[in-house]
Ligand binder design. Sequence first.
Ligand code: GLY
Length: 355
Amino acid sequence: MRTIHIAASRSYDVLLDEGLLSRSGRLASHVLPPSRVMVISDSTVSALFGGIVLDSFARAGYKAFSFTFEPGERSKTLATLGGALNALARAGFTRGDCVAALGGGVVGDLAGFAAAVYARGIPFLQLPTTLLAAVDSSIGGKTAVNLDAGKNLAGAFWQPSLTLCDTAVMRGLPAHLQAEGAAEMIKHATLADPELFARLANPDPAVRSDNLEDTLERNLMIKRALVQADERDKGVRQKLNLGHTIGHAVETVSGHGYTHGQAVAIGLYRIARAAERMGYAGSGLSDSIRQVLTLTGLPYNCPLTADDLLTAARLDKKRDGSATTLVVPRGIGRCDLVKVDDEGLAEWFRAGSPD
Ligand code: GLY
């Protein structure tokens, strides 16, 4: 078992090992004395792993309850949040009790937000069941639901008390969920780890999938460094948005015709291309990124033009007044934050667009 310790406003461990879901209750009891636990999940994940987790908590002495909702981004609403909060209240949860988020990014964000606001905050555990959640959303304490006006517009920083990444679950994921997680891993590698990038870009699929625990650990170390330096996302943590300014616009303008991972992949390629054209990166960067994305089964481009995407990007919640902070790669393993006004944003988007 590997342990990565995160030192933030609440410090906690991320554990990586095979079979952690069936040990979740006992592992949780080391940090949260047995109490009531609400296992929040979606119906797909609950059917696969809900029984194992509820049973594990019950065996460890917890009184275990479950709240389940329909899978997908469309459930990440105030209405579902209200359902979860009412379920906690009906079951008599108090500040001594806890929530366990069992699922991917949608479940983790929603369950984490429910824990952040119920009774002004109760502890929660992250039990990620997708690669994307394991390497990104289950650590760092960002929790949220979507509003009609945009993604993640209502949320809170609320760190979990423990994150358990069951590597057996990660290995068993279907190809499309592997690709979703790979998009964030390629992002991390481009940001900070040329060796990880070389591993992910290896043409031999066995090399790419070997040493899963090591690959996950490297990703978590990259995210940990940025979260520890800037938990509230005011500065360097924003580097984790590499590929996301264009990516979020691709998701919005296509009406979610591209998944988050696909949109980030397109955003990553386009910002690399723009960095080359604007003189920030040497030639070859976008080719390297295109190759690794293609190998992973992710797109690197789409028919949407810069002008198609600019309106959506100008509405992005990450803007500060009329300024947008772009994450600009300078080479594999190195990137800078570059603040631009609307005119600058248009210039960057156009420089990254297909000819
Ligand atoms: N997913 C980006 C962050 O946690 O800051």
